[in-house]
Design a protein. Structure first.
Length: 343
């Protein structure tokens, strides 16, 4: 099992893990904690990646997003399937065209003779250039029937919740490969400097200021009543949300560099493939991949906060992986590997 670890806490609400070891299949596991609930997101499902998540966490996954359907990004799906095939909450799976077709074969790859009355449903969303087509399979039907759940026009945002969005961009890996960005929605916070300038002490009243009761027009602070809305206007500020970009397995020529950089622009963290060293640029181009140096150029152009290189090729030695890291850092210094990669 390729054990993962929490790599960095991005904000009070978002954390993530890079799954898998260097030279092996990798994936991204993210949690969004609103304070009221936790949403769990898995990006790709290569061999042993899902197995490194606790069974309880895996069972509670809200969305599984595939970049594309090559073996090294889907080989670990059975571990996910085993944890979720009979849960009450529907499984939401997203991927490029043919995701439903390919997963239906995985659903039917077992003997289902004790399935009657067992809960479980898988909603699979094929993200095409122009539309998203959805299908549903049910456990108590032994996954025998693909139910048409309709289609809708393709938009940049594929998942939207009160706390975050997931955006998607189609890139070229010889087959469609989807890039993703998780964006935390802006938050309203208290400006503590203005609080001090007004001579107001902190207290339980701040919770009322953030979330006033319907029809509330005033708020009491240390026995003094203050008009609510002017105080909110003075003290409440909007704080931009954090964001994580996930880019893997696509050709990075000049047009795609421009599209990808614009897509992840300003992301606080960019998780990006680095299959090849730059000396092997011709090989990378032929196989619709990017080099570590190209990844650095992309991160610099997109003005991201930091970049984590992953999905490095097993054709290289650890010494070459370090060389690749130096290539990326020469262009974008805030680049690193996952901390649990002891290279």
């Amino acid at each position: 099992m390729n054990k993962s670890c929490v790599y960095q806490v991005l904000s009070l609400s978002i954390s993530f893990e890079i799954l898998g070891a260097a030279g092996h299949d990798n994936a991204l596991w993210a949690r969004v904690d609103s304070g009221q609930s936790i949403r769990r997101l898995l990006f790709d499902c290569g061999e042993n990646t899902a197995s490194s998540i606790s069974f309880g966490d895996l069972q509670q996954t809200d969305h599984l997003f595939f970049s594309h359907l090559h073996m090294d990004h889907i080989a670990g799906f059975d571990a996910y399937f085993r944890a979720t095939f009979n849960r009450e909450k529907p499984n939401e799976i997203w991927g490029p065209p043919q995701t439903g077709e390919i997963l239906s074969q995985r659903f039917r790859g077992y003997m289902w003779n004790l399935h009657h009355g067992i809960p479980g449903a898988f909603r699979v969303h094929d993200i095409d250039e122009r539309e998203i087509r959805s299908q549903r399979w049910a456990t108590d039907e032994a996954f025998a029937t693909a139910h048409d759940d309709g289609s809708k026009p393709r938009e940049k945002t594929v998942v939207e919740t009160p706390d975050f969005t997931v955006e998607c961009l189609t890139m070229n890996h010889g087959t469609p490969s989807l890039a993703y960005v998780v964006r935390e929605k802006p938050r309203r916070n208290i400006d503590t400097e203005k609080l001090q300038r007004l001579g107001l002490r902190t207290g339980a009243w701040l919770k009322q200021l953030r979330n006033p009761a319907p029809g509330q027009t005033a708020i009491e602070i240390d026995g003094v009543s203050h008009p609510l809305q002017p105080l909110r206007d003075e003290l409440m500020v909007e704080v931009p949300g954090w964001s994580i970009g996930y880019l893997t397995d696509f050709l990075l020529d000049a047009p795609s560099m421009e599209r990808a950089a614009e897509f992840v622009r300003g992301s606080k963290t960019l998780v990006c493939e680095s299959q090849y060293r730059h000396a092997d640029l011709e090989l990378a181009t032929r196989n619709f991949h990017m080099t570590a140096k190209q990844a650095g150029e992309l991160a610099a152009r997109a003005v991201v906060g930091e970049m984590i290189l992953f999905h490095v090729s097993e054709r290289y030695t650890p010494e070459v992986w370090q060389e690749m890291l130096r290539e990326a850092k020469a262009v974008f210094p805030r680049t690193r590997f996952a901390e649990h990669w002891k290279i």
